[in-house]
Ligand binder design. Structure first.
Ligand code: NAX
Length: 328
């Protein structure tokens, strides 16, 4: 059998961590033939809670779970990591300015980037979930100069999945029939879910919808503000759906996107579609043989162009802000 893959998860005692760890242990991250070793990183105050989760993981008797180690030190937690899920972050609290938020997260993602640089495995793949995810990924990446830049990604898969589900509902189609949807830009309210290249059972989805008012006034804001809708209903932010999306993101990166489809990942821009190089922005991507590539050659209409540009401009501003703070 295969050697275990080391999966480091930060924020392991949080609510996304609780939903995520059991699915990793059950084999849904890397497939049914790959044993995993979990390396959990938490802040010292939350180590005990992480230990509690580890007891429950043990009680799952998962055949693929080859071990669990818990750390409050980033260098140790990322040593030998093949996959890193950076979930723990500093949330925005009342009265906090954007600069404060970026600075607090810089204090987390800078040392984590350094620790990945120092000790992760050569094939390390990083997914940043903790918000502001795209810019946190940029901070971590800029402190890991020896790791290929493209190994640092941020999560827009939850937005992607939300958009697929809303589109399927509108068209009265099974979610499995929706393909080629794209989230562009930042994982924030400025994100742009694009259905112009999407298909429903092979037919163009925008034509099938044929309702620009619904697109502009219902679909796009609903997807972009879905996080707030969940908080309103549940009294807590998205957790299981976020964990599910993190599983999907890494699963597809490692094992490939289905033939004839693509997914959305925030990845370092190579300049494609006019997105400034280096910004970690969401694109349509295809994955094969453990690598992803940005889908090329899509025609971007006026409606999409304005929205992509607005979200990318927000990312550029965030990059400027963290530059000014000396975080990258
Ligand atoms: P919780 O507050 O439940 O858990 C966060 C955990 O991270 C806590 O246990 C905390 O102790 C830990 N932590 C804080 N600093 C740490 C550090 N330096 N090292 C290791 N652990 C640390 O939050 P949860 O609901 O799990 O959400 C986690 C993050 O995901 C948040 O930043 C949230 O905004 C973000 N999200 C991102 C989404 C996306 O689509 N990209 C969607 C869901 C979610 O909102």
């Amino acid at each position: 059998t295969q050697a275990p893959v080391n999966v480091t998860v930060t924020g392991a005692a949080g609510q996304i961590g609780y939903a995520l760890l059991f699915r990793i242990a059950s084999g849904q991250l890397l497939g049914p033939d790959t044993p995993v070793k979990l390396r959990l990183l938490e802040i010292p105050q939350a180590v005990k809670a992480a230990e509690g989760t580890a007891l429950e993981l043990e009680d799952g008797a998962f055949p693929l779970l080859a071990g669990i180690d818990i750390f409050d030190d980033a260098k140790q937690a990322f040593a030998g990591a093949n996959v890193a899920l950076l979930v723990g972050a500093r949330p925005r609290t009342k009265g906090m300015e954007r600069a404060d938020l970026l600075e607090a997260n810089g204090g987390i993602f800078k040392p984590q980037g350094e620790a990945i640089n120092a000790g992760a495995a050569d094939d390390i793949r990083v997914l940043v979930v903790g918000n502001p995810a795209n810019t946190n990924a940029l901070i971590a990446q800029s402190h890991a100069p020896d790791v290929p830049a493209e190994r640092f990604t941020a999560m827009t898969r939850l937005d992607h999945n939300r958009a697929v589900a809303q589109l399927a509902k509108k068209l009265n189609a099974p979610v499995g029939e929706i393909t080629k949807l794209t989230i562009w830009g930042n994982h924030s309210a400025s994100q742009y879910p694009d259905i112009f290249h999407a298909e429903v059972g092979g037919r163009n989805a925008a034509e099938a919808v044929n309702d620009e008012k619904w697109l502009a006034e219902e679909f796009i804001p609903r997807v972009a503000k879905r996080g707030a809708e969940i908080i309103e209903a549940r009294g807590a932010s998205s957790a299981a759906s976020a964990a599910n999306a993190a599983i999907d993101h890494i699963h597809d990166w490692v094992l490939g996107t289905p033939e004839g489809d693509w997914t959305s990942m925030a990845v370092p821009s190579d300049g494609s579609y006019g997105v400034p190089e280096g910004l970690i922005s969401s694109f349509p991507v295809r994955c094969r043989d453990g690598k992803y590539e940005i889908v090329q050659g899509l025609e971007i209409n006026e409606f999409s162009r304005t929205r992509i540009d607005a979200s990318v401009a927000e990312l550029a501003e965030e990059r400027e802000a963290v530059k000014k703070l000396g975080l990258i």
